[in-house]
Design a protein around this ligand. Sequence first.
Ligand SMILES: [Fe+2]
Length: 161
Amino acid sequence: MTNTQTTPATAANPDVAAATAQFLTPVALGLQALAVNGKQAHWNVRGANFIAIHELLDTVVTHAQDGADQAAERIVALGLPIDARVTTVAEKTPATAVPAGFTQWDVLIRNVISDMDAVIADVQAAIDGLDEFDLTSQDIAIAIKESLEKDRWFLFAHLAE
Ligand SMILES: [Fe+2]
């Protein structure tokens, strides 16, 4: 009869769990904030490109939620908790560039891209920092960066000449 392991996978190496939490927590919180503020933009966008931007912003929100889930669950899989309560997200993430009220689509795209760039900076720090600790956690950060940069391109293409 096998003896079922009940300890986290990283019980032998707490440094890996700690580094993963250190670098992926800002990513998870930043993506949660992007999801909330992306919905704000989705609901309040106005102007000629309304339907395209309205629908694209929902895709940005879905991808942000997926990325937050990947980052958070990697931390928990390694045996540590994550504090992603709304108050914590608000305390630990930069103020959004997305304004209150109806906003023209081109202004709103710049605002959302600004928010995305703040998250991308944290993702890049995670990729760099996790390189020496855990390639599996780093791989999650790399996948999140690819997704964010693709969505950033889809948004920016509406402004590019
Ligand atoms: Fe909607």
